[in-house]
Design a protein around this ligand. Sequence first.
Ligand code: FES
Ligand code: FES
Length: 207
Amino acid sequence: MGPPDRGLQPARGDQAMTPTPITLTVNGEQRTFTGDPASSLLRFLRDQCGDTTTKDGCSPQAACGACAVELNGKVVLSCVIPMKKVAGGNVTTPAGLDQTPVGEALTDAFAARGGAQCAFCIPGIAVRAANLIKSNPDPSEQDIRLALNQHLCRCTGYQKIIESIQTAAESLRTGNPVPRPDQSARVGARREKYNIRPAILGKRPYV
Ligand code: FES
Ligand code: FES
């Protein structure tokens, strides 16, 4: 007698395991992920949630800070956070700061102070700054430099970024709006950089 005919039934162990769904909250919306639990939070945000406000500068090297998001109240580099670590988590991306008081203050301050040049690094820095201001409403230059130690900016030399974060913090503390730069066309006027505002929280798409 030959071996029993198993027909089309796969042998035990042949069947691909269906990944357990992972649920999390992204910017207040519940999301479900069913792919490889070792894949990164950054890939999930950009490829599955379509949230390109979280930038990919070096993934998965954790070397530039462009992919920073807040996870359960702490800033993390999403390119090295596997999905299995975010089950039940609460994530805020740069898009989640849009139309919030801190997001608006940071946008006004970076635009007014010239803190964003190409702005590729700024959305991640905005997430970091918002998190810092929450626990430290009046951060010193040293506090900000320490907070930014995982962030690279190739354009600004950091000083204008620091001034922008302090300006945003002051506006939030005092309730006074960030002063707008001189928008006149006179010679020597320091105008806001063209179309910089959408870039500050990452809404301007990059390749
Ligand atoms: S993309 Fe994550 S640190 Fe650069
Ligand atoms: S503004 Fe260009 S990398 Fe920071």
